[in-house]
Design a protein around this ligand. Sequence first.
Ligand SMILES: [Zn+2]
Length: 355
Amino acid sequence: MSCKAGQRHHPVRIRQRRLTETLPGLGQPSSVFSINLPVPDLSAWRKSPCRIPGVLEFDSGHSGPEILIIGLIHGNEYAAGWALERLRRRNPVPPTGRLTLIAANLDAFDSFDPDAPVLARYLDEDLNRLWHHTRLEGRDRSRELDRARQMLPFIERADILLDLHSTLWPSDPFFIAPPRQRSTELACALASGQDLPDTVLTDLGHHGGSRLIEHAHFMASMGTARSCLLEAGPHWEPGTVTVMEKVIDRLLLEVDSIHLHGRAVQNGQSSELALVTDNVMARSADFSFIHPWKGGSIIAQAGTVIATDGHDVICTPYDDCLLIVPNLRPRRGQLAVRLARRTAAHFKPQADARS
Ligand SMILES: [Zn+2]
């Protein structure tokens, strides 16, 4: 079946009159995750000359772009802690402008327990779901909201934001850009580096709340600030740190060109854009994928059954459907997988990304 971009050929969710017994559900796989990366020593981040813990500034003393690289928005994603700490040790003063590094949720990071590694994601609430002005300027208090308000001056001065993340379930690395041309340009400029993640995902936000990359500073229609998020691979794998370091190196090398022109000078590959079309939520307690797909898998045929959910089957709505980080053990009401359509647009090396 051929599939033109934009066309859907098949509904995502189909109610079965009788639960079919022919589909081989995975059942609920074990949620024991292997930890192959030691916890980094981030003691140097506790005391900062700017008196905000976790915030370090490297100022060239010359005018130029304000670069912000942030990690540990989720406290258990400490591959980013390794990448930031290794960068700090290099004393990364840029030739122009200022580089700010932030280890965001050090308090959640401190609570990391290898016997319950998922719990250290946050203390009170998800720090990457509260970047809307109604939350930031509201009366609510939480440890994450307090921290977000403390970091806000550094966010609001950034010309370029790179937000480092990793995934609980196995996935190829990819970038996420908010739906602004200037941020897609940033992500594609990074993704076009040799041997870097080449997929750039755009979506219309996260169902749970505003992410940092969607803060108004980066979304204002007349603004110039660019943001993107890197999902660099599984949380506790050394290879995830390597991906983060390569992307950081490329950003620091190409920052002037990206800042001024929205594209890099040196390119090694095309980047590929994909648009999230569906958030598939688990409606029952026995949501089950029929195969343990890794994030980044592409399902060729529209209508392919990928999961069962109670009496429903979950199908791919179009050909070449991209699976974004399948949660192989979703609880009822949780996001099980996001589906993305690869768009016809490719950002080719040497092409003018502004056209
Ligand atoms: Zn994260």
